[in-house]
Design a protein around this ligand. Structure first.
Ligand code: MRU
Length: 343
């Protein structure tokens, strides 16, 4: 989209990922050649965002074949290690399973390795196509005019393509529907402040950063025409998990009659999870809340509640944009038809 890519695939060798923990101050690529290094990069959020986690998982499987051999047992072990890194984004496990299937269809060792690299490259190319289609469908959403608000980071950094919610915002901006994007800072890891503001700048879209705690009063003031975020897993009934704080935004939006939308590719829909109650939520460490990096501001030893995601009930979601179009409530039948059509 604007000269940077969060992942580069080097078939037969490894991958290079843009270390997102260093942005916006430093653009440094890390070369990853082992499953352990890929797992570490995912756990530390050097690569992040549900669709990009899926692509990275596929790459991790190709790296596993390279590092340990592409036999069924070694691949199963690598799959388990990679899936355990972050539990909420369904894309990660789904792409790893697709990689296993691609290897399973190939003949000997060399063919299986080639199949894994081939699948990793296809997964990235497919994500780019999905993002572009999703953005086109989303740009005409009702209410997406004037100033919109988004949470966390859903641009190219989170997918490897143009992004999801941020790609919709970019399209709506290009066609002159919106003038400004409010970005919540997204505590505790500041994906909004560090990454979304950086991407808005790269896209030339006027951005306004706000503390998470200021979102409710901003929405109440009537200055936000719509809210659109990404998702990490959308259950069969339309409940959607996304970065913690999303549920609060959706609830306040409903209180003030502001439409709240999710934007996510098909890979984020999980027809095997009936509702939001069954979505596994990742809890992260105390160090992320009591400070940032090496800077500590809270006394050690206090308890910390640090879920990385929350679930927005389907009833608060005005529409879900994906590469096939915009789903409307009731989501159960719409999601069943969509996921059945797309395998
Ligand atoms: O913890 P992160 O930074 O991986 O969380 C990312 C999000 O919550 C995104 O909104 C979501 O993955 C959608 S990415 C297009």
């Amino acid at each position: 989209m604007s000269g940077y890519t969060p992942i580069r695939i080097l078939p037969g060798e490894g991958i290079e990922v843009l270390d997102q923990t260093l942005l916006p101050h430093e653009e440094r690529y890390l070369r990853l050649k082992t499953v352990a290094a890929v797992a570490e990069a995912i756990r530390a959020l050097r690569v992040r965002g549900a669709p990009l986690l899926g692509v990275t998982g596929a790459c991790g499987m190709a790296i596993a074949g390279q590092e340990h051999g592409a036999g069924p047992e070694t691949l199963a072990q690598a799959a388990a290690e990679l899936k355990a890194t972050r539990p909420t984004a369904v894309d990660l496990g789904a792409m790893i399973n697709e990689a296993l299937a691609a290897a399973g269809e190939a003949g000997g060792e060399a063919e299986r390795r080639a199949a894994l690299w081939g699948f990793a490259e296809r997964a990235l190319a497919r994500q780019r196509e999905r993002d572009a289609a999703l953005a086109r469908h989303g740009r005409e959403l009702p209410g997406l005019e004037g100033a919109v608000l988004t949470h966390c980071n859903t641009g190219g950094l989170a997918t490897g393509g143009e992004g999801t919610a941020l790609a919709v915002i970019a399209e709506a901006w290009r066609v002159g529907r919106i003038e400004r994007c409010y970005a919540t800072e997204t505590r505790p890891l500041l994906q909004g402040a560090r990454l979304t503001m950086w991407e808005l700048g790269a896209l030339g879209i006027p951005g306004t950063l706000l503390p998470d705690t200021a979102a409710a009063s901003l929405i109440a003031s009537g200055q936000v025409s719509a809210i659109i975020t990404g998702a990490d897993r959308i259950a069969a009934n339309g409940d959607g998990a996304n970065k913690v704080g999303t549920y609060g935004l959706a609830a306040v939006a409903a209180r003030h009659g502001v439409p709240f939308y999710l934007a996510a590719p098909l890979s984020t829909f999980d027809r095997n999870t009936p509702s939001g109650d069954a979505i596994p939520i990742e809890f992260r460490g105390e160090d992320e809340v009591g400070g940032f990096g090496d800077d500590r501001w809270s006394p050690d030893g206090g308890g910390v509640y640090n879920p990385a995601f929350d679930v927005t009930p389907a009833e608060l979601i005005a529409g879900i944009v994906c590469e096939s179009g915009v789903l409307r409530p009731p989501y159960g039948p719409a999601i069943a038809a969509l996921t059945a059509r797309n395998g």
